[in-house]
Design a protein around this ligand. Sequence first.
Ligand code: DGP
Length: 220
Amino acid sequence: MLRGAFIVIEGLDRSGKSTQAAMLVSRLEGANVPVKLQKFPDRTTPIGKMIDAYLRSESDLDDHTIHLLFSANRWELAAQLEETLKAGITVLCDRYAFSGIAFSASKGLPYEWCRAPDRSLPAPDLTIFLDIAPEKAMERGGYGDERYEKEEMQRKVRELFRRMEEEITKDTHGVVGAWTTIDASQDKEAVAQDIWQVVEPLTDGCSNVIRRLWQQSPIP
Ligand code: DGP
């Protein structure tokens, strides 16, 4: 039996990630592809609750500490994620390790330091980056009250996503899977269509072993 495909959607706040993730789930289900949606941060776990309190400014944490908590939140769900893939179910993640790097490095933490804790997580087969200018994203009803929803911060985050795209395209960091950037300023149906074009080839499942993020050896 083929394993499920591991697909990640990344982007700035208000780039339409959650809307597109929901639309993609419906489309996959309509095509009889079993799929599980996983949102990161997953605010339901004990670690996720600490992250939630931080994002809503109900608690204050050192930048390194919150970075490691975001990563720990991915690690605590990694085994389950692998099991789901091995059971032949496609996993769609709304954010993953790339957000981890982009948001923490934009606060001034060293890029390589930010990347380290997520090394060896299951590597996605495809990452879809929904690209939008922060000022356009803001026009979509503005940002909410959460900590990172500020234009200046989002501008830096976008630069960091672009850096990752460049490195991944040149494959300077080993395993990360494919990366595709989609213009998220289009209307939502057009974005969904662009996404489907890159996802459809994966709907039959994957025959290769699940690889590990930023390292060469596969998961046994
Ligand atoms: P969301 O629930 O998708 O709106 O994400 C909440 C906020 O947290 C959003 O501003 C992006 C940020 N974020 C998501 N993942 C990470 C991460 O791993 N590290 C850091 N520092 N921020 C993240």
